[in-house]
Each structure stands twice: as C-alpha cells, then as structure tokens.
Design a protein around this ligand. Structure first.
Ligand code: NDP
Length: 247
C-alpha cells in the first residue's frame, strides 16, 4: 500500500510543479483577482500549516510514540518548525492582506497528506528507530543540515519582516544576508532544512517531502526573481534566483 501511495503523491507533485511553473500561486505579491473567496492572510497560514502539527501529535498518542526517544526527537524538531510556521510566523507578518480560500485549502491538503505519510512511515511500517540511531552518521549529518537550513530560513524570513515593517506600502529590494546573492534565500533555507530531515530520518516520506518542497518553492522563487527584475530597474544583475552563483 505504502509504495502505491508514495508513487501517486510523487506524480501529483510533479504535475503541481509543472502547473506552478506556468501559473504562480496567487498569494502575496502574486495575488490577483479571479481566484474566488478570500480569507485574512494570517488566518490562512494558521489554518493551512497547523495540520502538520496536530496530526503528527495525534499519531504519537494513537501509536504510543512517546516510548521511543528517537521518534520523540523527530516530533520535537518537527513541532518546533511547524509551531513557528503555523502560529509565530503568521503573527509577525504584515497583518493586512488576504489569500484565496483555494490556496489555503490546497496547502491544508498538502500538509495533511504529507503528515499522514510521515506518521505511516514512523508507526505503521516496521522501521527500527532504536536509541543507536542518535550515533548513526545519517542522523548526525542530517541534523546538521537541518539546523543550517532552519537558520537560513528563519534569518532570511526575519530580514523580510524587518523590511516590511519599514515599508508602509509595497516592497523594497532586500539587501541583507543571503539576499545579496539570491532573490529567495528563505526558500533555499527551507529546501536545505527538509533535505536534512530526509537524511536524519532516512525515510521515504522525508525524501518525498524534500522533493515536494522543491516542487512548491522553486517555481515561486523563479516568479519572485522575475517580479523583482520587472518592478525594480536597479535590481542587482548578479543576484541569482535561489542558489548563489549557480541558479
Ligand atoms: P515570501 O518571501 O513571498 O514572503 C514572506 C513575507 O515577507 C510576506 O509577508 C511578504 O509579503 C513579505 N515580503 C516578501 N518580500 C518582501 C519585500 N521585498 N519587501 C517587503 N516585504 C516582503 O514567502 P512566502 O510567503 O511564500 O513563504 C513564507 C515562508 O513559508 C517561507 O519561509 C517559506 O520557506 C515557507 N513556505 C514553505 C513551503 C513548503 O512547501 N515547505 C511552501 C510555502 C512557503 P507579501 O505576502 O505581501 O508578499
């Protein structure tokens, strides 16, 4: 059953990637009319991201996950990320603005399926995450990559937050941190973070999530880059889309 679900999910991911390369997701600076009902942006983020948090906790309660220190560790770092993304981050962004209900609904479904596949991997398949996992090279290397990615993501999100605070209306060219090199370092950080997660959990669900993060964020990074170049004549020419000096 699991391989079938994974294959279906990867296929949907590839189709989504192709669609997003053609049509940018209509929220934030790419908002436009014609996408139906809207909801306040902050509420949208809370509704669409929080399932990743509570659904994994439900798995832990249902399947006695608290008796395994390795799984508890996975739950902690997952929860720290999603608590920030679902509740702290939305409270720190500009409070004005809306997003289409459709975008929130699609992201909600994405998080629900992604968390379901992780819970399935952790609890319904016979994966041996015993205490020796903490000394495995995959765990140590993966965790370091995860921390580096989380740092880049949060640091870059903070730069945007400061910029937005100092910009009453509209947008400015970010100049700090990795923004000197790429247009979307927050997305680069997010992708590195979930690469680290895939390695530290050594899981198929983590690997598929890593690909899905690219499917979601690479097209958006391309749209952001194009948007910056169109909007600001003085946009730095040497700045890349998402990978310094390469892409
Ligand atoms: P953006 O970079 O588009 O925007 C982040 C915030 O900063 C928004 O409030 C935005 O305002 C504001 N902002 C962005 N650029 C500027 C600027 N130049 N001047 C002033 N304000 C600016 O990120 P997203 O909203 O797409 O994503 C937010 C977070 O969620 C990121 O950390 C991302 O990695 C993560 N994410 C993860 C996904 C995954 O698949 N794992 C999918 C989507 C997001 P406004 O909204 O008005 O544009």
């Amino acid at each position: 059953m699991y391989p079938i679900l994974i294959n279906i999910w990867m296929t949907i991911g590839i189709i989504t990637f192709i669609i997003l390369l053609i049509i940018s997701a209509p929220y934030g600076r790419h908002s436009r009319s014609g996408w139906g009902l809207t909801i306040p942006k902050r509420l949208g983020w809370i509704v669409m991201e929080s399932p990743a948090l509570y659904l994994l906790w439900i798995y832990y309660f249902l399947y006695d996950g608290f008796s395994n220190p390795v799984l508890i560790f996975f739950l902690i770092i997952w929860s720290v990320h999603y608590f920030n993304r679902s509740f702290i981050w939305p409270m720190r962004i500009k409070k004005d603005g809306t997003m289409p209900v459709l975008v929130a609904l699609m992201a909600f479904l994405f998080n629900a399926v992604n968390t379901f596949l992780h819970g399935y991997w952790f609890f319904l398949l016979d994966i041996n995450y015993d205490i020796s996992w903490f000394s495995e090279p995959v765990f140590i290397i993966g965790f370091l990559i995860f921390i580096i990615g989380a740092f880049i993501n949060i640091h870059s999100d903070n730069i945007l937050m400061r910029l937005a605070k100092n910009t009453e209306h509209g947008y400015k060219i970010p100049q700090e941190g990795l923004y000197k090199y790429v247009s979307s370092p927050n997305y680069l950080g997010e992708i590195i973070e979930w690469l680290g997660w895939a390695i530290l959990t050594w899981s198929v669900s983590g690997l598929v999530f890593f690909f899905w993060t690219i499917f979601n964020l690479l097209p958006r990074a391309i749209s952001h880059h194009k948007w910056y170049k169109e909007k600001f004549e003085d946009y730095p020419k040497e700045r890349k889309i998402i990978i310094p000096k390469i892409l």
